[in-house]
Write a protein that binds this ligand. Structure first.
Ligand code: UGA
Length: 439
């Protein structure tokens, strides 16, 4: 993409900030990514990325070399020349499900005095509806506009999603501010939804809530299939082909997780409640997801030949997949870990394999996986196991040598929480098979 004369600063270089900064540079802007983490910025300057994200390292390398992407620990210097400043800092969750805005407020307060007149501050962090006022207040500037421009990036395909969006949502109170943000994305062939800030903030929560609802719905239908003797794959093919329903986000699994759906669905309920509306549908979506984790735990316990309240002491579970989905190293709110934690609480020993935990574990992995026996291959995880459980849909699990798995196991059951394997092939290898909603 040809360089433009747009100058951008991105405050916060996590998943969203780094992807946004690198991709905006790719689209032509000159971008400075700022973070208070000195070590992270030093490493980024050397081309070392703190996250696993397909295609991101190449863009960071190329844009840095082209002089369009810079890294800094100095927010004042970085934002002072910027036309547009993106806030991409975390919004963790308080105990009541509401979003903690302290990072957003602190970031806005720290850059406020340094902004040039007419600058536009864009909130990309997912914040409760109305938070653009919080950002405005913290900036304490009457000559600067605040715009909401939510992100819809999926971990693992964030670069692709950024460069090929279904839409770009811009919520602004002034046309000039909306135009300044739109200009950064102008080279994309996409639909622009121009609206007010409160609507833009609502779109983000409603989109994630709807997607979570689809997955909870299909998981409920899968539970029903098991009771009535129907097959979820056929049911999904049958309903997904109706274009009003659509076939995406209808894969049954162990429940949804990750850093966004759990946080945003709880926030949606909390925001609605704050404004006097009981969003009971969304509460149900969350409850069903919690039940799905439990259903998987019960499946595995019964695959071990035991009952719900039996202790699992002495039983060994070989777990395949730890991340919340394939294509990421993110363990946050991973359904795999929720399920395995519960099995361990019942007394089971878990030996786990995940393609992202084969080398030396990083600090986050060490912390979250403390007490887990992490093995180097799927076969190692299966060795001596009474049951093998597929928890994350990593493509390499579709290529498992099932005969070998059966040989090294102590037991003879495989539970496929992602419906990844062909039940016939698993049975042909001499193993019992149980999936989700499959006959
Ligand atoms: C999600 C949204 O898809 C993005 O659009 C959004 O920008 C992002 O949250 C965010 O708010 O930042 P992500 O958390 O990366 O992206 O994960 P998804 O790919 O949406 O998957 C969420 C969960 O649903 C995973 O646990 C996944 O395994 C599960 N899932 C998804 C299913 O069980 N079945 C499906 O058919 C689809």
């Amino acid at each position: 993409m040809r360089p433009t004369d747009n100058t951008v600063a991105v405050v916060g270089t996590g998943y969203v900030g780094l992807t946004t900064g690198a991709c905006l540079a790719q689209l032509g802007s000159t971008v400075t990514c700022v973070d208070i983490d000195v070590d992270k910025i030093e490493r980024l300057r050397l081309g070392h990325l703190p996250i696993v994200e397909a295609g991101l390292a190449e863009i960071v390398r190329d844009m840095s070399a082209a002089g369009r992407l810079h890294f800094s620990t100095d927010p004042t210097e970085s934002v002072s020349g910027a036309d547009v400043v993106f806030l991409c800092v975390p919004t963790p969750q308080d105990d009541d499900g509401s979003a903690d805005l302290s990072y957003v407020e602190a970031a806005a307060a720290s850059i406020g005095p340094a902004l040039k007149t007419g600058a536009v501050v864009v909130n990309k962090s997912t914040v409760p509806v109305g938070s653009f006022h919080v950002v405005s207040d913290a900036l304490d500037r009457t000559d600067v506009d605040v715009v909401s421009n939510p992100e819809f990036l999926r971990e693992g395909t964030a670069v692709h999603d950024f460069l090929n969006p279904d839409r770009v949502v811009i919520g602004a109170e002034s046309d000039a501010a909306a135009a300044a943000v739109r200009a950064l994305y102008e080279s994309l062939d996409t639909e622009f939804i121009l609206t007010d800030p409160a609507s833009a903030e609502t779109i983000k929560y409603a989109a994630n809530g709807f997607l979570a609802m689809k997955v909870s719905f299909v998981n409920s239908v899968a539970a029903m299939c098991e009771q009535v003797g129907a097959d979820i794959s056929s049911v999904v093919a049958g309903i997904g082909s109706d274009h009003r329903i659509g076939s995406e986000f209808l894969k049954p699994g162990p429940g949804w997780g990750g850093s966004c759906f759990p946080k945003d669905s709880r926030a949606l309920v909390a925001i609605a409640a704050d404004h006097g509306y009981d969003f009971s549908l969304m509460r149900g979506v969350i409850d069903i997801n919690e039940q799905q984790y439990e259903r998987m735990v019960h499946k595995i316990i019964s695959a071990l030949g035991l009952f719900e309240h039996d202790r699992l002491s002495g039983r060994v579970v070989g777990a395949l997949g730890l991340t919340f989905k394939a294509g990421t190293d993110d363990l946050r709110e991973s359904p795999s870990l929720r399920i395995l934690d519960e099995l361990r609480r019942h007394g089971a020993a878990v030996q786990a394999y995940d393609p992202t935990t084969t080398g030396e574990l990083n600090a986050v992995q060490r912390d979250r996986l403390a007490g887990y026996e992490v093995r180097g291959t799927a076969i190692d995880a299966a060795t001596g196991a009474d049951a093998v459980v597929v928890l994350t849909e990593w493509p390499e699990f579709e290529e498992l040598d099932l005969g070998k798995i059966a040989d090294v196991m102590r037991g003879d059951t495989l539970v496929d929480c992602r419906n990844l394997l062909d039940p016939g092939e698993v049975r042909a290898a001499g193993l019992d098979y149980d999936g989700v909603g499959r006959r």
